[in-house]
Design a protein around this ligand. Structure first.
Ligand code: SF4
Ligand code: SF4
Length: 446
């Protein structure tokens, strides 16, 4: 069966930030040269950190296991290069805090090829063995969340997945990694999608793509084969169209209730980069050791879409792009709406790093904050129907516990409220502070 549905689908609320994608949307993906030093943090996914299985001074091959999952919600880590383990210890992470990592020095004379025969035969694996293979390949959500993919694929008994939904929205401004993957590697995307669809027993694959990527829609359409049950749904350009629940609403007109998961409405959602990573592992034997990163923003000399080995420093990536322009003030890892500023140029590129965005003083000048005028724009913007102004007020008063009654944990930190606020109130930052405090207290209470 083969079906196309080119409708512009939508969800309620959300915002329309400027796209800023022209800088890189037509730039082919190129490979960044291998550097010398690589830092692989053990906690670069959501969940329990990985456990190192290598020691100082040990030689490693590119793609070799260097850390095993630390629990079920955890993944393996592999060496991005052939080289020597310099140190297993604490290194500075993206937020500036020290955390356990494996530091590797690359062999400058290695070809850095991966053995393609290492791929397991996905067809002969049971679903349980397939899920374990995904975990041991280190695959996580590549859209930025870095949630272990095998956890998403682990569907409880009695739950059925009817639709595999591939998230090609890439709604964050500046980012063009998924866009370029869809244009340049449509075969890999469709291969990975078919592997997942068959393993999940889903009836169909739906690829949701925002309407501002007509070349991606056209390219994938051309590569569809008549025996693959795949359809493409063209989505309205709106932020956060790529949030799972928003995309399910747009594509299937189905609400995922608060506190429930996509599988509760028979849908499994995976990002474009994740699906390509599935194909790269099961068909080419490559675990997750590199990813595509968009380097853009007014402060970078030569914007680019790059394949970057994980653990490469932001400094090496930026240097490859011609360095920073004068007046650079801030570097964000991820998109401008949900990404986080990096503490130093020496922090490594992680599995969840979709972008390195360089901003100058003009974009980062702190805007004067005014009192809330109760205009309600943040409520109209919030796609999760929360009350952001109330949450911000409670957070300012450090009434964090009271925020639970206003569903603070339903907030996905999309930043729509902050974007919409005419008083420049840093609403999402205030909510983040409260969530961090509540989580930390819960952890310390055991
Ligand atoms: S309250 Fe949270 S979910 Fe709602 S708009 Fe703000 S950041 Fe997004
Ligand atoms: S958008 Fe800003 S000013 Fe308007 S109600 Fe929300 S917090 Fe207040």
């Amino acid at each position: 069966m083969r079906a196309f549905r080119f409708l512009r689908r939508n969800f309620e609320h959300g915002v329309h930030p400027a796209h800023h994608k022209k800088q890189t949307q037509d730039l082919p993906i190129q490979r960044v040269p291998f550097g010398r030093q690589f830092i692989m943090p053990l906690g670069q996914h959501i969940g329990v950190p990985s456990r190192a299985v290598v020691a100082d001074g040990e030689p490693v091959e590119r793609g070799q296991l260097i850390a095993e999952p630390g629990g079920f919600v955890s993944t393996a880590l592999h060496s991005p290069v052939k080289g020597i383990v310099k140190k297993v210890g604490d290194f500075r992470g993206v937020d500036g805090r020290f955390a356990p990592a494996v530091a590797i020095e690359a062999d400058p004379f290695a070809t850095q090829e991966v053995d393609p025969d290492a791929a397991p035969d996905w067809r002969s694996l049971s679903l349980e063995a397939f899920i374990e293979a995904v975990q041991m390949a280190g695959i996580v959500g590549m859209g930025g969340a870095a949630f272990p993919s095998h956890v998403k694929l682990s569907v409880p008994d009695g739950v059925r997945i009817r639709h595999l939904l591939i998230n090609g929205a890439e709604c964050e401004p500046y980012l063009t990694t998924d866009h370029r993957l869809m244009v340049e590697r449509p075969e890999a995307l469709l291969e990975g999608a078919e592997i997942l669809r068959q393993k999940l027993g889903a009836e169909e694959t739906v690829i949701g793509i925002e309407a501002n990527k007509p070349d991606a829609i056209e390219t994938i359409s051309r590569h569809l084969s008549p025996d693959q049950p795949v359809r493409i749904v063209k989505l309205k350009v709106k932020y956060p169209q790529g949030a799972e629940k928003m995309m399910i609403k747009s594509v299937f007109n189905t609400e995922v209730p608060a506190g429930r998961l996509p599988r509760d409405v028979e849908v499994n959602v995976n990002n474009v980069g994740t699906v390509v990573a599935i194909a790269d592992y099961f068909l080419r034997g490559m675990p997750l050791i590199e990813r595509v990163v968009t380097v853009a923003g007014p402060g970078v000399t030569y914007p680019a879409n790059l394949i970057v080995p994980l653990g490469t420093s932001v400094r090496d990536v930026v240097r490859f792009c011609g360095g920073l322009k004068p007046g650079t003030r801030e570097i964000i890892m991820g998109g401008p709406m949900m990404g986080r500023p990096v503490a130093s140029l020496d922090v490594p590129v992680l599995k969840g790093c979709s972008g390195i965005l360089v901003f100058t003083e003009e974009q980062t000048a702190r805007r004067k904050e005014f009192p809330c005028i109760r205009c309600g724009r943040c409520l109209e913007a919030c796609p999760y129907f929360l009350n952001p102004s109330r949450l911000a007020r409670l957070s300012k008063a450090r009434m964090f516990d009271e925020m639970k009654a206003y569903n603070v944990f339903d907030c996905v930190e999309c930043g729509c409220c902050t974007f919409a606020c005419p008083s420049n109130i840093p609403i999402v930052q205030l909510i983040r502070t409260a969530k961090d405090d509540l989580k930390n207290r819960k952890e310390s209470d055991g």
